[in-house]
Design a protein. Sequence first.
Length: 379
Amino acid sequence: MAKIAKLFVLIVLMYQYQVSAQTKKVSRDWTSFTQTIEVTTDTKTKFKLEGLIKVERTDTTGVAALWARVDNVNGESGFFDNMLDRPATSNEWKTYTIEGEIDKNAETINFGGLCLNNGKYYFDDIRLLIENKEGVYEPISLTNASFEDPVKDELIPGWAYGIGKGNQVMIKEFTAQTVKNKKDGSKSLLIEGNNIVNSFVIKTDEEFSPQIGVMISMLNNLSKRVESRVEGLDIRETDHLMDEKANRIGALVMHLAAAEAYYQVFTFENRGFNDEEKEKWMTALELGDKARELYQGKPIEYYLNIYKEVRKKTIEEFKKRDDNWLNDMRPGSVMNNHYAWFHVMEHQSSHLGQILMMAKRIPEEKEQKKIEVKKNVDQ
């Protein structure tokens, strides 16, 4: 290990991942690549991440950036910057810089590049520098930092896809390749995004009346965020319980589907669940012990397929209605149809926050085994 001031830096060798059935492949509008180094220090120490980026934009939403995150020993994040307040948009090579700091709680620095939406994004000459005791920034040796080792079988040698925790995540809408620079023949990394629908715009589809179109856009934005977070989870992750009173992520996705299915019959048909629908949905709607028992051992795709089918029906029903229907009061209720579907949205948003928190608390598989062993010993 190299000693820098009172800082010790250990370069972690990147695994050369193979694209396999275990590699997570999901759909979303951004991708990233990363390296990780382990760090320990007993004093605050500055670092810089630098790199060349060039962008060929397909539309005005396409951007690229460097990113860096410090993970602390207590499991929380320290410094973080992804440059999305000042992203790269120029079609000429420019050097971009992130300046950060680590302290005695630091465990790792994760860093790399990211790109968002449709476009061609070029990266080259990424450098990590850490300040020594004289205040001079010294470069840390990185693997394939100039991308001279070419992309092969979808993989970037020395780099992993994702944000540096757990298995790498590959995004269906993005492809990577090595290209030669015209001036000197050196190589750089090109990541290209195609066929991405911008999820950061609320708009009315012409198939719907204006207010209904806005509401469908919001509903679909929320569901896409749920789907993108849980897509690719394995059964261990889908079934993880934070504690004996918690709900599994799979059960929560099923719960979102059940609640939406209830508001379909409540608003579209002016009734509650019938006996057949109660049999199908009530366990998911109520959650609790019965749901903890029932909703396990199934892949995340099982729950997502049900969730997507429910949404498909919602959209079909809204195509039959107009904005005037939104103002209709629910019989025997103080709410109108518009509020009822606003509640569906805020309900999904609430549980999305829960899913995000739970996903962050899923232990690595080795740590999970330690927890299970301890429980068995305690019993």
